[in-house]
Write a protein that binds this ligand. Structure first.
Ligand SMILES: Nc1nc2c(c(=O)[nH]1)N[C@H]1C(S)=C(S)[C@@H](COP(=O)(O)OP(=O)(O)OC[C@H]3O[C@@H](n4cnc5c(=O)[nH]c(N)nc54)[C@H](O)[C@@H]3O)O[C@H]1N2
Ligand SMILES: Nc1nc2c(c(=O)[nH]1)N[C@H]1C(S)=C(S)[C@@H](COP(=O)(O)OP(=O)(O)OC[C@H]3O[C@@H](n4cnc5c(=O)[nH]c(N)nc54)[C@H](O)[C@@H]3O)O[C@H]1N2
Ligand SMILES: [Mo]
Length: 764
């Protein structure tokens, strides 16, 4: 007898049909107007799973640090739970007592699954804090440059800025022109960390268009903007956005169209920026002609666009991808500066927005609200890395790094513990990471699936998926909260992250502080109870279980009328921004005082070290954007992702002109390469991709032909064998995945991908 139960994922809510053992069907949530096709892939829940605790052979037989170069090469031995737990607890104890807790990296970046209690990152951080602490990470791969620069410029914390974004009903009513750098990609609005009950972006884009709003998509990819809004496509060179925005501001100055009253009253540093824009400080006027050379957009179009922007209610938006590039801080600073020069910040439908389309909630108008969450005690150890510096950390113990004005030292890491992330999907320059990964004595992971990272660990604990346990789900910026029932039984011998950490904590003398005496289900009840104490209007957990979901009463998307910075505009004294000047900082004394050559006191154009402006040996720009058909690497083995592959490999889109130059036809296997690595992919010719650019989305499971050799060909198409592993700048040290040049060639006789083949397993 199959049952249908409602649950929530990062890409939406679904009714999941099962026979208690397997998922047999997936159906969209009735309240979702535009459900994500990724839901269908949940049927893959029972495939590619880790069934039993598994230990790399040399580590088991010869101890920590043995034959680390065989990680990902030699077989695993499947052992009893107690054996694996005893060994890992002993190893944690050895490392913390011999080297100190900072020798353990538990930063464990990743999205894991939806669920307020079983949130893998909170679980591991709580565990690490309870056993004395660990080296942690700060910021995210998504938006490290943004979250570091934004508070310097407008004072507001990044998350608040996102939640307070001007809402779509306001845009639909008031905005005449949206100029979208990086577009407003519908594909990305499928996802929302924590879950999303309603996918509304398509409807809002169409409604704005119907109301007469014009959209301009400045991006290498035409379908970064929905085609039914009939937007204009300006296919600038990737990485040239700062130059284009400087030229827009230059035109406003030259044409006398800057809003000087706004600049006087609400900003500091305009004189400095104006001089830079006019070339008075460096001899280079940032004219449309100057930007045309750099961006390949016509100078006349840049000039006309600036004049148009000043003549109507204009919203300037920038996708998150723009700041995941070298000098990513500058493009956000300059976007805010352009909006300030236009003087429409705080007016309905004007100003700027950062990340419309990046995730589903931006502009939905739902005020951020606290939801129940597993408490994570303060980490007793203050050692940390900027999140994307993981390979630097492992390779360079004792080296110094800068971050947001401070100088810090990388500790010497002996043990890495990961839960809820996939660094051999998400990190840049995977061949460099492969070398770095050999350094620690021990690498432990909780993971449901045999991912590339799981295959490269010493100990893998099989983790349950969200479909296999009870929880509460929802995002603080969504208008629903869901009950997450157990839909299927735990696969094989898998256990919840909570159970794994509870048992390790018991062996390390921290069981009481980690568990507080509660089982997992008691924790869920306890967290909901605490939430009810603060919000008594909500139903009891039993009622929530019976109804499946509850919609928050206060804000319903569609009725929300947020206007970002309207208070500040109305009264800049009472509503001073939390910056040193209380205003928008177009020049920042604080950043200037850091003395960074690569991030000075005002927004600045820097030519990327690799880009179409100076192609060198690798003539094509690679955009490794987010995948339409899965969530990062998650459910790459699901039907939605598999159907999209070309000959079983990730799809590489390229312009027919570039394909013709290289004798590449639709469906060919191609080799994508540069001096950092190479992968195979399946070619798809498309007029939607700007000439000179190729698109290979992230998330195909990393699949080196020879796992023993860093640098070997990835057979499946993971773009991170090609990307560069340097920080955005000395300020944020964020990921720079989008600064990457490659060459592409057709290939015959390519070996088939093996990404979904599990490792060799030996039963003990
Ligand atoms: N080239 C390039 N690289 C990029 C990006 C880019 O634009 N270009 N984008 C970057 C960005 S923005 C991000 S956010 C990262 C994403 O990187 P990640 O968040 O690391 O990617 P996911 O594939 O979501 O990995 C989550 C892992 O958690 C596992 N998991 C799911 N549920 C559970 C659970 O309950 N318990 C445990 N223990 N594990 C669980 C999944 O099976 C999966 O392996 O990638 C980054 N990498
Ligand atoms: N379906 C799906 N949705 C997702 C995710 C997923 O894995 N799957 N991941 C989620 C996560 S973790 C994040 S952080 C967000 C990320 O959200 P974003 O960072 O906005 O997403 P991307 O897809 O990397 O980039 C958006 C577009 O920017 C364009 N672009 C790239 N480089 C440049 C450039 O230099 N200039 C200009 N003008 N445009 C450029 C590319 O064409 C790309 O399609 O997406 C979220 N949404
Ligand atoms: Mo992200």
């Amino acid at each position: 007898m199959s049952k249908r139960r409602l649950t929530v994922t990062h890409f939406g809510a679904f009714e999941v049909e099962s026979d208690d053992e397997r998922v047999t069907g997936v159906h969209p949530f009735a309240k979702d107007p535009d459900p994500s096709p990724i839901g269908r892939s949940l049927e893959a829940n029972g495939r590619n799973r880790v069934a039993r605790p598994s230990i790399r052979q040399s580590w088991l037989e010869s101890g920590p640090g043995s034959n680390n170069h065989l990680r990902g090469v030699e077989p695993f031995v499947e052992v009893e739970w107690d054996t694996a737990l005893d060994l890992v607890a002993m190893e944690i104890d050895r490392v913390r007592s011999s080297f100190g807790n900072q020798a353990m990296f538990g930063g464990s970046y990743g999205w894991g699954s939806a669920g307020r209690f079983h949130h893998a990152q909170s679980q591991i951080h709580r565990f690490m804090a309870c056993i004395g602490g660990h080296t942690n990470k700060v910021d995210t791969y998504s938006t490290a440059a943004a979250s570091t620069i934004v508070p310097h410029v407008v004072g507001t914390p990044w998350r608040t800025l996102q939640a307070d974004a001007t809402s779509w009903p306001v845009i639909a009513e008031h905005t005449g022109l949206v100029v979208a750098f990086g577009g407003i990609p519908l594909k990305n609005s499928q996802a929302q960390h924590g879950g999303q009950g309603r996918h509304g972006l398509r409807g809002w884009l169409e409604r704005s268009h119907d109301n007469g709003c014009r959209f301009v998509n400045v991006s290498p990819v035409r379908d970064d903007l929905l085609d039914t809004v009939a937007g204009e496509w300006l296919a600038a060179r990737p990485g040239s956005d700062v130059a284009v925005i400087l030229a827009l501001v230059n035109t406003l100055v030259v044409e006398g169209l800057t809003d000087n009253e706004f600049l006087d009253r609400y900003t500091v540093g305009w004189d400095d920026l104006r001089q830079y824009v006019l070339g008075e400080s460096d001899g280079i006027p940032k004219t449309p002609e100057w930007a045309a050379e750099l961006s390949e957009l016509p100078a006349a179009r840049i000039r006309a666009l600036a004049i148009e922007m000043a003549s109507t209610r204009t919203l300037v938006t920038a996708s998150w991808s723009l700041q995941r590039a070298q000098h990513g801080e500058q493009v956000y600073w300059m976007t805010m500066a352009l909006a300030a020069a236009l003087g429409q910040i705080g007016l309905p439908g004007g100003g700027f927005g950062l990340g419309y389309g990046a995730i589903g909630s931006i502009g939905n108008g739902v005020k951020r609200r606290p939801l129940p969450a597993l408490p994570v005690p303060v980490n007793p150890i203050d050692s940390f890395i900027p999140v994307a510096r993981i390979a630097d950390l492992l390779l360079n113990p004792g080296a110094e790094f800068t971050y947001d004005g401070g100088t810090y030292t990388y500790p010497d890491i002996h043990l890495v513990y990961w839960a809820g992330g996939n660094p051999f999907h998400h990190h840049q320059d995977l061949n460099r990471l492969l070398v770095a990964w050999r350094r620690p004595d021990t690498i432990v992971m909780n993971e449901p699936f045999w991912t590339a990272t799981a295959k490269r660990c010493d100990v893998v604990f099989p983790a349950t998926t969200a479909l296999e346990r009870v929880d509460i789900g929802g995002a603080p910026t969504d208008d629903f909260v869901f009950f997450m029932p157990r839909v299927v039984a735990p696969f094989g011998e898998s256990r919840d992250d909570y159970a794994v950490f509870s048992e390790l904590a018991r062996r390390l003398g921290s069981h009481e502080s980690f568990t507080e005496g509660r089982s997992a289900e008691e924790w869920v009840g306890h967290l909901w109870g605490q939430f009810l104490d603060r919000h008594p209007a909500y139903p009891t957990l039993e009622e929530l279980e019976a109804s499946g979901f509850i919609q928050h009463q206060e804000t319903v998307p569609g009725e929300a009328h947020n206007v970002l910075f309207s208070d500040f505009r109305a009264d800049p004294e009472t509503h001073r921004l939390p910056t040193p000047s209380g205003r928008i900082e177009l020049f920042s004394q604080v950043i200037d005082s850091f003395g960074y050559a690569d991030c000075p006191g005002r927004p600045t154009w820097f030519e990327p070290t690799e880009w179409l402006g100076s192609p060198g040996a690798f003539p094509l720009h690679l955009t490794s954007n987010q995948p339409t058909t899965r969530l990062h690497s998650q459910l790459d083995h699901g039907v939605t992702s598999l159907e999209h592959k070309v000959g079983g490999r990730e799809q590489l889109r390229l312009n027919p002109l570039d394909a013709a130059d290289r004798n590449i036809s639709n469906g060919d296997v191609v080799r994508v390469f540069n001096d950092r690595g190479a992968c195979l992919a399946g070619a798809r010719l498309s007029e939607s991709i700007r000439p000179g650019v190729v698109e290979l989305p992230t998330g195909a499971w990393f699949d080196p032909e020879d796992p023993a050799e860093p640098g070997s060909l990835c057979l499946h198409g993971n773009p991170n064998v090609l990307t560069k592993d340097i920080g955005t700048s000395s300020l944020a040290q964020g990921s720079t995945a989008h600064t990457c040049m490659v060459e592409v060639e057709p290939v015959t006789d390519a070996p088939p991908p093996t990404a979904f083949v599990p490792p060799r397993l030996i039963s003990s």
